[in-house]
Design a binder for this molecule. Sequence first.
Ligand SMILES: [Fe+2]
Ligand SMILES: [Fe+2]
Length: 163
Amino acid sequence: MVNIPRVNRIVKNPLFMELSLKNAQAEQKRKFCSHGFDHGLAVARIAYIFLMEEKNTSLSKEVIYAAAVLHDLGRWREYETGEDHAIVGAELAQPILEETGFTPEETEIIRIAIREHRCDPNAQLSVLGKALAYADDWARDCQSCKSQGECYKYSCEMDEIVS
Ligand SMILES: [Fe+2]
Ligand SMILES: [Fe+2]
């Protein structure tokens, strides 16, 4: 198992904890999927497996996991102001990545991927952005969701996803 100390530092980072709590509070009554740490971790694991299967070794496990656990951190702001949480999240991630020891180059790769995570994965995206975009969908168990009929994200293909 690869050691990922900087990701463990993100999880304990005061700003990360504060904003995660804001997300949890904003989603208390949400009937669709929520965006807590369990979702970030699921996206991390799936994105990592995806990149391993693609034989893409240009990104470290820490960079992949950091992007995934941070990707929805701006959700609460979208509920408050309507801003795109992908754009907001990339901004919010900056000080957290600096405080937890990521280099400026790694930080830029992660911030681009967070900005891209809502895009069509078939579009022209960065390697990590594409992995996050796929993993974000594959991390959801739409098949057994009670809100499936009302969900904007749901499509028949989501029933086929078992990876
Ligand atoms: Fe998102
Ligand atoms: Fe997500």
